[in-house]
Design a protein around this ligand. Structure first.
Ligand code: CP
Ligand code: NVA
Length: 311
């Protein structure tokens, strides 16, 4: 099935082949951009970008990406849109669909994005919800492939809060046949329905999804060690309570020493050095966090071209 005209709300909705198609086009557009070759696949197209939360990478990479593809992107802060004054999502979806060729949204509730997609007649891309961050997770696997080659059968260890990144990484690892071990405190586990959906895929593709509250067990023999902030945007619970529960889940040199010697370290960024990751690990040779950040641009260009381009 073609990706043309589709939404991208979750990696779980993609087939293995569709993920590979995104990665194939990513390489093409990345090479073209590096070689200074024009690649105006979305000439004359427009993307509306709704932001209910802050962003550096997502905003800039989508905006620059649209420009490089020959189109243009519009930053729409939810505070300035009528949506911020109570205009229903389903109305906003239909109005924006009359103007733009695609909508990217970053917000709190995943249901809001599903509703937007249901009523929009143009592709909707999830730029992060409390539940999922699919563009980041696809980028992470693409970056892992660049560094490690074939990722099927390799092991990722996710250490820390069972948040939108933990959920999305389980979905994407299962989809490409990577094993993932997720180590979180028992009170901050990943979403249960995501775990069961990812496990179904993992069975199909012959990989495993392991949940533990022991970070050392998770990183044992890992090829990729991944972490994310201990309090995500909009997290309401008290900081000191989270910090106490998460303190032993810091990615530091001692923990990294248990992974494979050539393991790479990933973080979606922004990072809080001294909390979920040490400055030493962030700056180490094993860290590929800035390659990862760069690849948001290339992967999202491929996603936009496939969803919003000509069939
Ligand atoms: N990783 C990521 O999505 O970063 P931003 O919050 O800066 O967009
Ligand atoms: N888990 C983080 C990811 C930021 C890119 C958050 O939701 O704030």
């Amino acid at each position: 099935m073609s990706l043309h005209g589709r939404d991208l709300l979750s990696v779980h909705e993609l087939s293995y082949e569709e993920v590979q198609e995104i990665f194939r086009l990513t390489k093409i557009v990345k090479d073209k951009q590096k070689n200074g070759q024009e690649h105006h696949i979305l000439k004359g197209k427009t993307l509306g970008m709704i932001f209910q939360k802050s962003s550096t990478r997502t905003r800039v990479s989508f905006e620059v990406g649209m420009w490089q593809l020959g189109g243009m992107a519009m930053f729409l802060s939810a505070n300035d849109l009528q949506i911020g004054r109570g205009e229903p999502v389903k109305d906003t979806a239909r109005v924006l669909s009359r103007y733009v060729d695609g909508i990217m949204i970053r917000t709190f509730s995943h249901q809001e994005v599903e509703e937007l997609a249901q009523y929009a007649s143009v592709p909707v891309i999830n730029g992060l919800t409390d539940l999922l961050h699919p563009c980041q997770a696809l980028t992470d696997v693409y970056t892992a492939i660049e560094h490690k080659g074939e990722v099927k059968g390799r092991k990722m260890a996710y250490i820390g809060d069972g948040n939108n990144m933990a959920n999305s990484l389980m979905y994407v690892c299962a989809k490409v046949g990577m094993n993932i071990a997720v180590a979180t405190p028992s009170e901050y586990k990943p979403n249960e329905s995501v775990v069961s959906g990812a496990r179904e895929d993992a069975r199909l593709f012959g990989s495993s999804i392991e949940l533990t509250n022991d970070p050392y067990e998770a990183v044992k023999d890992a090829d990729i060690v991944y972490t994310d902030v201990w309090a995500s945007m909009g997290e309401k619970s008290k900081w000191h309570v989270r910090w106490q529960a998460l303190a032993r889940f810091q990615v530091n040199s001692e923990l990294l020493g248990v992974a494979k010697p050539d393991a790479i370290v990933m973080h979606c960024l922004p990072a809080h050095r001294g909390e979920e990751i040490t400055d030493e690990v962030m700056e180490s040779k094993q860290s590929v966090v800035f390659d990862e950040a760069e690849n948001r641009l290339h992967v999202q260009k491929a996603i936009m071209a496939l969803l919003m381009g000509h069939p």
